[in-house]
Design a protein around this ligand. Structure first.
Ligand SMILES: Cc1cc2nc3c(=O)[nH]c(=O)nc-3n(C[C@H](O)[C@H](O)[C@H](O)COP(=O)(O)OP(=O)(O)OC[C@H]3O[C@@H](n4cnc5c(N)ncnc54)[C@H](O)[C@@H]3O)c2cc1C
Ligand code: SF4
Length: 331
């Protein structure tokens, strides 16, 4: 399948990128292109100009004066998964990066592109007989082919690196007319038609992962068909912190991916864990709560009851694994 016609320009810096976005309101950004180019080939989107970020220098991970780990969004997923400092300070991010697609996808695909990808739907990401029928909500129409009679789009956000970054309390810097810094969680609108809280003139410029306290344990699990080379059926990132006694939970963050139009925090489960002594019974209780509070959108052939049970089982496993890594002293 061929790409449509579009103008192409390479940007040498973030400043030039922002200036180009301002000059061309119908422009889009391309980092690795592994998510954007299939959408263009499927004619799901027709930008007037594609601004390539590929020629921009990529900064290696560094530690800020405030002890955050600063990551360049243009780092490839392979580089993220191999970086020693990321493996040491945010191992669940390395694991998530290593679980994305195939080696070729990880070599080309970037962290920023992963976080800024579109929501997905079995009826939308196709090559595409629906081109010839009435467009659905996601393509500007007023019908949904997935939920018959649906009054909005239900496409699911499936980026693997978002749940770990949210559970780690990471923030992002955005450059544009008004530069700003927001928690990664606030990048997502939970609106399938426009999943990112970023304006057309904005570009992601940094990802900041806060320093891990010594008493933190974390785990990430991605469930996917064939065990890999695929988008997630569901993913769970659990981060547990304890008091100095090593057993009382002082903070819990649980983020579930691929069940909604944004990554979802299991807040009731988090609060039942906080202040309690960690135990397998407590994890099972928290996992039950997570399964009840998260209203998973059925997607790609997975039914709601199946996904609900997956949330329960994988939250329980993630919590137990996070507690296990806490004992080993991993962040
Ligand atoms: C076969 C296949 C399998 C895949 N499997 C997975 C998977 O298992 N898990 C997963 O999460 N993804 C998967 N993907 C999707 C995609 O490859 C990855 O998400 C990848 O990380 C995207 O990065 P990229 O640099 O190629 O993004 P691009 O395609 O370049 O861009 C993606 C989107 O992000 C925007 N963007 C890119 N960089 C920035 C920036 N700095 N600031 C603002 N916006 C930006 C672009 O405008 C575009 O809208 C798969 C794709 C394919 C084709
Ligand atoms: S869920 Fe969204 S993308 Fe899928 S058919 Fe419905 S409107 Fe279209």
């Amino acid at each position: 399948m061929h790409l449509p016609r579009f103008k192409y320009q390479s940007a040498a810096s973030l400043e030039e990128t922002v200036a180009l976005l301002k000059e061309y309101p119908d422009a889009t950004l391309m980092a690795g292109g592994t998510e954007l180019l299939p959408r263009l080939k499927y004619r799901l989107y027709s930008p007037g100009l594609v601004i390539s970020l590929k020629a921009m220098p990529v900064s290696p991970p560094s530690v800020t004066p405030g002890e955050d780990l600063a990551l360049d969004p243009l780092m490839s997923l392979t580089a993220i998964s191999r970086s020693g400092i990321i493996r040491e300070r945010a191992p669940i991010l390395s694991e998530a990066a290593l679980g994305v697609g195939s080696r070729e996808i990880r070599n080309m695909g970037t962290l920023g592109g992963n976080l800024c990808q579109e929501t997905r739907c079995l009826y939308y990401n196709q090559g595409h007989r629906f081109q010839f029928v009435e467009p659905c909500y996601k393509r500007g129409g007023d019908i949904c082919y997935f939920i018959t009679g649906g009054k909005k789009c239900w496409a699911v956000f499936m980026a693997d690196t978002a749940p770990p970054l949210i559970s780690l309390g990471a923030r992002i810097r955005i450059m544009g007319e008004t530069p700003r810094e927001i928690p990664v969680e606030e990048l997502y609108t939970n609106k399938a038609e426009k999943p990112l809280a970023m304006g057309p003139g904005e570009v992601l410029s940094r990802i900041l992962v806060p320093k891990a306290p010594h008493n933190r344990g974390a785990a990430f699990f991605k469930l996917s068909p064939r065990g890999g080379l695929e988008f997630a059926t569901l993913s769970v990132a659990a981060v547990l912190e304890t008091e100095d006694n090593g057993s009382t939970c002082s903070r819990a963050r649980l983020t579930v991916g691929a069940v909604s139009s944004a990554p979802v925090r299991a807040r009731a489960a988090e609060s039942i864990l906080t202040g309690e002594d960690l135990s397998e019974e407590l994890f099972a209780h928290a996992a039950d709560l997570a399964a009840s509070e998260i209203q998973a959108v059925p997607h790609h052939g997975y039914s709601r009851p199946y996904l609900k049970e997956c949330v329960r089982v994988w939250t329980d496993r993630a919590l137990r694994s996070a507690a296990g890594s806490l004992k080993k002293g991993n962040p």
